[in-house]
Design a protein around this ligand. Structure first.
Ligand SMILES: NC(=O)c1ccc[n+]([C@@H]2O[C@H](COP(=O)([O-])OP(=O)(O)OC[C@H]3O[C@@H](n4cnc5c(N)ncnc54)[C@H](OP(=O)(O)O)[C@@H]3O)[C@@H](O)[C@H]2O)c1
Length: 436
C-alpha cells in the first residue's frame, strides 16, 4: 500500500446521491472541518449508480460545502481559504446488485493502493411495492409509535431477484448461475463482497460502518432463508442479517470464517488485527426509500412528527439528523467509541432524538443479544424501548443469537467463495492480479 500519510482521512460512502447517504457526506464534511486539525484532509469517495447521478451529487455536495464555508467565514473572515482545500470530493460508480460493477470498483481502488480509513455501507433498497392503507390507518390509530417504528403494513415484493450477473461481462462462466435475492444483494451481499475485495486497502484502524434499522427484529429473519427469497419482510430480514454479522464479528466462534473474509493485517491474527466493524442505525427518517403519493407522504410526515412529540426516541425524521450515528462511527476518537466496545462489548449505535429534535448517539438493544457484552447490563447512554411482542433476552436467547451468527458467517463465506469462483480473479492494470 502506498504511504500517503496519516493526514488524509479517506472515506467511501455508498448510495450518496440521496437521503441518508447524501446527508452522511454533508455531515462528514461539516464535522470533519469542525473537529479535525487544520493539517488534515478529508478525501470523500461517494458512490452512485451512474455518471449523471454522480455529477449531480458533486454539484449538490459543492453547494453544501460552500454554505458551510460561508458560515465559517461569517465567524472568522477568510477562514474558508484554509478550509476549502481540506475537502477532496470524488465520485465512483457501483451498482450493488451487479457484482461485476462491484469488482470493477474494487479493481479501480486497489490499483491506486491508497489506504481506506472508513467505509459507510449505506446504499440500500426496501423492496416494498406499496402499503396496505387500511392496515396502516388502523395500526397508526391504535399504536402510533409502534406502527411507525416497526411497520407491518408495507407490502413486500416477495421473491425479487437480481438480473443475471455474468452475461456479457467477460467472466469465466463455467458454473450455472443461481439467483441472488435483490434486497439481500443490495443491502448486504454487495457490500460484503466489496469489503472482502477492498481488504488489502484496510488496516486495523479502518472502520467498516453498516447501516441497520430499528425494525431488524428476530422474527423477521429465517435462518433457513438467508437471502430472504421467501420472506414477506425481505428488507427487515436483510437488516437482521446485518445485525447478526456485525454483532458476532469478534466472537471466537465466528473467527474461522471472519479470518478468511478479512485476513488479519498484523501479526497476532486476532480481532484487533482486523478492521473494525461498527453497527449503526439512523432511527426513522423520511426519505425516498419508500415511494409514497404526495398525500401519503404528508400523512406519514405528520405521523412521525407526532410520534416524536409523544416521546419516541427514534423519530429523527430528517436525513441530516439521522445520519449522525454513521458520521460518529467514522469520526469519533477511539476513546468515545472503540474503547467503549472493548469495555462493554459490541453495540448497535443509533441516532436518537428528544421531543425537540436534538439528536444524539445511543446504544440500541439488539433483541436476543442485548446492549453489549453482558446480558442484562445496559451501559450508560443507551436508549431502552419496549415494543409489543418484546421478549427480555435470556441466556438461551443469547446463545441462539451467537449460534445464528456463526451460521450466517459460514453461509455468507460459502456464498462469497462460490461467487468469486464465477467472477474470476481481480486483474489490476492487466498485470498484477489479486488473489482473495
Ligand atoms: N429512511 C429510514 O428511515 C431508514 C431507517 C433505517 C435504515 N435506513 C437505511 O439507510 C440507508 C439509506 O436509505 P435512505 O432512507 O436514505 O434511502 P434512499 O433515499 O432511497 O437512498 C438509498 C440510496 O441507495 C442507493 N442504492 C439503492 N440500491 C442500490 C444499488 N443496488 N447499488 C447502489 N446504490 C443503490 C440509491 O441510489 P439510486 O438513487 O440510484 O436508487 C440511493 O442513493 C439504507 O441502507 C436504509 O436501509 C433507512
Amino acid at each position: 500500500m502506498e504511504e500517503d500519510g496519516k493526514d488524509t482521512l479517506r472515506v467511501l460512502v455508498t448510495g450518496a446521491n440521496s437521503g441518508l447517504g447524501f446527508a452522511t457526506c454533508c455531515r462528514l464534511i461539516d464535522e470533519f472541518l469542525a473537529t479535525r486539525p487544520q493539517s488534515q484532509t478529508l478525501h470523500l469517495l461517494y458512490s452512485t449508480r451512474d455518471g449523471k447521478k454522480g455529477d449531480q451529487t458533486l454539484l449538490n455536495l459543492n453547494k453544501h460545502l460552500q454554505k458551510t464555508l460561508e458560515a465559517a467565514n461569517a465567524r472568522t473572515p477568510g477562514i474558508s481559504l484554509l478550509l476549502e482545500p481540506r475537502i477532496v470530493l470524488e465520485g465512483v460508480l457501483v451498482d450493488l446488485t451487479k457484482l461485476p460493477t462491484i469488482k470493477a470498483l474494487a479493481r479501480q481502488l486497489l490499483a491506486r493502493k491508497q489506504r481506506l480509513d472508513g467505509v459507510v455501507w449505506n446504499a440500500g433498497i426496501a423492496g416494498w411495492s406499496g402499503l396496505n392503507f387500511v392496515q396502516a390507518t388502523w395500526d397508526i390509530l391504535t399504536g402510533l409509535v409502534q406502527a411507525t417504528t416497526y411497520p407491518k403494513f408495507l407490502i413486500c415484493d416477495v421473491g425479487m431477484v437480481t438480473k443475471p450477473q455474468l452475461a456479457g461481462h467477460g467472466t469465466i462462466h463455467t458454473f450455472p448461475e443461481p439467483p441472488l435475492a435483490q434486497v439481500f444483494c443490495s443491502n448486504v451481499f454487495g457490500h460484503y463482497m466489496l469489503t472482502h475485495w477492498l481488504a488489502p486497502l484496510m488496516t486495523p484502524d479502518t472502520r467498516i460502518v453498516w447501516i441497520s434499522s430499528t425494525s431488524a427484529l428476530p422474527d423477521m429473519f429465517n435462518l433457513d432463508d438467508l437471502q430472504g427469497f421467501r420472506s414477506e419482510m425481505a428488507y427487515e430480514s436483510s437488516k437482521r442479517l446485518t445485525d447478526l454479522l456485525v454483532m458476532t464479528y469478534d466472537l471466537p466462534s465466528t473467527q474461522p470464517f471472519v479470518r478468511k473474509f478479512l485476513p488479519a493485517v498484523g501479526k497476532k491474527d486476532d480481532v484487533r488485527d482486523r478492521p473494525q466493524m461498527i453497527l449503526t442505525h439512523p432511527g426513522i427518517v423520511q426519505t425516498s426509500i419508500v415511494t409514497l403519493s404526495w398525500f401519503n407522504f404528508y400523512l406519514n410526515l405528520l405521523a412521525i412528527y407526532v410520534a416524536r412529540w409523544i416521546g419516541s426516541p427514534w423519530h429523527t425524521i430528517t436525513s441530516y439528523k439521522g445520519c449522525l450515528a454513521a458520521v460518529f462511527a467514522i469520526l469519533a476518537p477511539p476513546a468515545q467509541l472503540l474503547d467503549f466496545e472493548t469495555r462493554d462489548g459490541k453495540g448497535k449505535w443509533g441516532t436518537s432524538t428528544d421531543v425537540f429534535g436534538n439528536e444524539r448517539v445511543a446504544r440500541t438493544e439488539v433483541e436476543g443479544w442485548g446492549f453489549g457484552r453482558e446480558l442484562g447490563v445496559v451501559p450508560a447512554g443507551s436508549v431502552r424501548t419496549k415494543r409489543t411482542g418484546y421478549r427480555k433476552p435470556t441466556k438461551e436467547m443469547r446463545e441462539e443469537f451467537e449460534e445464528a451468527g456463526r451460521r450466517v458467517w459460514r453461509e455468507m463465506e460459502e456464498l462469497r467463495v462460490e461467487w468469486e469462483k464465477r467472477l474470476g480473479r481481480i486483474e489490476i492494470d492487466g498485470a498484477d492480479s489479486v488473489d482473495m
